[in-house]
Design a protein around this ligand. Structure first.
Ligand SMILES: Cc1cc2nc3c(=O)[nH]c(=O)nc-3n(C[C@H](O)[C@H](O)[C@H](O)COP(=O)(O)OP(=O)(O)OC[C@H]3O[C@@H](n4cnc5c(N)ncnc54)[C@H](O)[C@@H]3O)c2cc1C
Ligand SMILES: NC(=O)c1ccc[n+]([C@@H]2O[C@H](COP(=O)([O-])OP(=O)(O)OC[C@H]3O[C@@H](n4cnc5c(N)ncnc54)[C@H](OP(=O)(O)O)[C@@H]3O)[C@@H](O)[C@H]2O)c1
Length: 463
C-alpha cells in the first residue's frame, strides 16, 4: 500500500460489495483487504479464477482443454506475486488457475470470498446505497459496488445470422462452448473469425479434421509468440516513445518475421499493426503452409450443409465454429442504469462511472497485453479512492477525458464491437500511475476526505 491511509475527517472506510473472484476480482479483493476496507466478495463458482477454470461450475469459462495463455508469464503475473520459475513462458490453463488459487491463499483473502453465491440484482436506492440481491434470496446493502464479472463469457453470434444458417444440419457452435478437437475428427470444418479463438481452434481442427477452412471478414496482423527468441510481448515498449514510431517498428518486425498475411492466402489487413486487438499465434501460418487450413473470405449464406462464401466459392461442411467474440454484459443491473449496448460503455480510465460515484469496474478493458497487472493497479486505485487517498478530478474534466479517449479509440481502431475497451498495456499503467499521483495531490488538498457518495452508513442485512 502506498500513500496516506485514510485518516482524514469521516474517513472510516465504506462497506463494499465485490462481484466476482476471477483474476480481476481477486486483485481488487487483495487491495481492499490490505487497506482494511470491509467487503464481501461474491463468487458464483466454487473456486477463484473465472475463465481460467476449465469446466468451471459457473458455466462461464471459455477455456478449452488445450488452452495456453498468449500473453507471456511475466506480463500476466501480478507485480508482487511472481508465477513459479518452473512455469513455461506460456503456461497451460491448469497452471494459471493454480496460480490464482495460490494468490488468494498467499494474501489471506480466500475466507473473504463467499463462494457459490451469485449477485442476481444490484439496484441503487434513493440514498445512493446499493441494494444487492443474492441468488440465495438474501438481500444486503452496501456503500459501494465493485464489478469484476468478466467480459468473455456471453457469446456474440453473427449479427444478423447468415441467411440459411438456421437450416444447417451439422454441428454449429460458438467458441465459448468449444472443449477439444474430438468433435472435428474426420469432419469438414469451417471456423469463422480472425481473433485468438479462431486461430487456436482452426489449428486444433487442422490436426484431425478432413478439411479445415478459416473464414474472415477482414484481415489482421498475425503476431508470432516469439521474435529474437523472446516472447514478443517482452520486447521493450516505452510509453514515452510516440505510438506511431512503436507501431512502425513492430509492424516491420512482424513483416520481417513472416511476410505479409496475404502471402498465406489470408486477407490483407486494412489497417496498420496496433489498430486491431492483436491476434497471436505461433502455429497458424505453419498449418496454412502445410495445406491443413484453407483461408476463405466471409461466409455469405448456407444452403443445407453447403457454406457459401462471399467470393462465390463454397464448401460442404459438417461443423461450423463461430469465433465471433463476446458481449459485455451486466445481468444484475437494470439496463437503463448501467449497460454496454454494442459493447459500448463510457468510464473514466475504464474504472469510474461519470454519473454514479459509488460503482467501480475492474478488468473491464482489453489490453494489448495481459489483463491481470492492470486489474491489480485498478484495484489499488479504487482502494485508495475509498479511503480518501485519491480524489477524482472534477466531473467536467472526467467527461472530457472520456470523450477524448473514445475519440482516440474510434480514430485508431478498426470499427468493430471488439474494439470498444482497448488499451495499451504499458501506456495504461503509466498513465494510471500519473493519474494516481495527481489524485493523491487533490486528496491531500481535500484533507483526505473519502468520497461523499461512498461514506459508510448503517448497513442493513435482511431477506
Ligand atoms: C479463451 C480465452 C483466452 C484468454 N487468454 C488470455 C490471455 O492469455 N491473457 C490475458 O490477459 N487474457 C486472456 N483472456 C481474457 C480473459 O478475460 C482474462 O484472462 C481473465 O479471465 C479476466 O478475468 P476477470 O476476472 O475479469 O473475468 P473472469 O475470468 O471471467 O472472471 C469473472 C468471475 O466473476 C464471477 N461472476 C460473474 N458474474 C457474477 C455474479 N453475478 N455474481 C457472482 N460472481 C459472478 C464469475 O463466476 C467469474 O469467476 C482470454 C479470454 C478467453 C475467452
Ligand atoms: N490463447 C489465448 O490466450 C486466447 C485464445 C482465445 C481467445 N483469447 C482472448 O479472448 C478474447 C476473445 O477473443 P475471440 O477471438 O473469441 O473474440 P474477438 O477477439 O472478439 O474476435 C472475434 C472475431 O470474429 C469476427 N466476427 C465477429 N462477428 C462476425 C461476423 N458477423 N462475421 C464475420 N466475422 C465476425 C471479428 O471480426 P472483426 O474484427 O471484423 O469484428 C473477429 O475477427 C480476446 O481477448 C482474446 O485475446 C485468448
Amino acid at each position: 500500500m502506498d500513500g496516506h491511509t485514510g485518516t482524514g475527517e469521516g474517513s472510516a472506510p465504506a462497506r463494499v460489495c465485490l462481484i466476482g473472484a476471477g483474476s480481476s476480482g481477486i486483485a481488487a479483493a487483495k487491495a481492499l483487504h490490505e487497506r482494511g476496507i470491509a467487503f464481501d466478495c461474491f463468487e458464483k463458482s466454487d473456486r477463484v479464477g473465472g475463465n481460467w477454470v476449465f469446466a468451471n461450475k459457473n458455466g462461464m469459462s471459455a477455456a478449452y482443454r488445450d488452452l495456453f495463455i498468449n500473453t507471456s508469464r511475466p506480463r500476466m503475473e501480478y507485480s508482487d506475486f511472481p508465477m513459479p520459475e518452473s512455469y513455461p513462458d506460456f503456461p497451460h490453463h491448469t497452471q494459471i488457475a493454480a496460480y490464482f488459487d495460490e494468490y488468494v491463499d498467499h494474501f489471506g483473502i480466500r475466507e473473504k470470498i463467499v463462494f457459490e453465491t451469485g449477485v442476481a440484482n444490484a439496484a441503487r436506492e434513493r440514498s445512493g446505497q446499493w441494494r444487492v440481491e443474492l441468488d440465495t434470496g438474501e438481500t444486503r446493502t452496501y456503500d459501494a459496488l465493485i464489478v469484476a464479472n468478466g467480459h468473455h463469457w456471453n457469446p456474440r453470434w453473427p449479427e444478423p445470422a447468415f441467411p440459411g444458417s438456421e437450416g444447417f444440419p451439422g454441428l454449429a457452435l460458438h467458441a465459448h462452448s468449444y472443449i477439444d478437437n474430438s468433435i472435428f475428427k474426420d469432419r469438414r470444418v469451417v471456423v469463422l473469425g480472425m481473433g485468438n479463438s479462431a486461430m487456436d481452434i482452426a489449428v486444433e481442427s487442422s490436426y484431425v479434421a478432413a478439411e479445415t477452412y478459416l473464414a474472415a471478414r477482414q484481415g489482421v496482423w498475425i503476431v508470432p509468440k516469439y521474435i529474437f527468441g523472446k516472447p514478443v510481448d517482452q520486447i521493450r515498449n516505452d510509453p514515452r516513445v510516440p505510438f506511431k514510431i512503436r507501431q512502425r517498428i513492430t509492424q516491420q518486425l512482424i513483416k520481417t518475421y513472416a511476410g505479409p498475411p496475404e502471402r498465406y492466402g489470408l486477407p490483407k489487413p486494412n489497417h496498420r499493426f496496433g489498430e486491431a486487438h492483436p491476434t497471436v499465434s505461433g502455429r497458424i501460418l505453419d498449418r496454412i503452409q502445410h495445406g491443413t487450413i484453407t483461408p476463405k473470405p466471409n461466409i455469405e449464406s448456407f444452403e443445407g450443409s453447403r457454406v457459401n462464401f462471399i467470393d462465390a466459392s463454397s464448401v460442404e461442411a459438417d461443423v461450423v465454429v463461430y469465433c465471433t467474440g463476446y458481449k459485455i454484459s451486466f445481468p444484475f443491473f437494470e439496463e437503463d442504469l448501467i449497460s454496454a449496448p454494442e459493447n459500448h460503455i463510457e468510464l473514466f480510465r475504464r474504472v469510474f462511472h461519470p454519473d454514479i460515484p459509488n460503482v467501480f469496474f475492474i478488468g473491464l478493458l482489453q489490453p494489448l497485453g495481459a489483463i491481470m497487472p492492470l486489474a491489480e493497479a485498478q484495484g489499488a486505485w479504487v482502494g485508495d479512492h475509498l479511503l480518501g487517498d485519491y480524489a477524482l478530478p472534477p466531473a467536467e474534466q472526467m467527461r472530457a477525458d472520456i470523450a477524448a479517449d473514445q475519440e482516440a479509440m474510434r480514430r485508431r481502431y478498426v470499427a468493430s464491437k471488439r474494439h470498444t475497451i482497448q488499451v495499451d498495456y504499458d501506456d495504461y499503467l503509466y498513465h494510471l500511475a500519473r493519474e494516481r499521483r495527481a489524485g493523491a495531490d487533490r486528496a491531500r488538498a481535500n484533507g483526505y476526505r473519502p468520497p461523499a457518495a461512498c461514506r459508510p452508513s448503517a448497513v442493513t442485512t435482511g431477506s
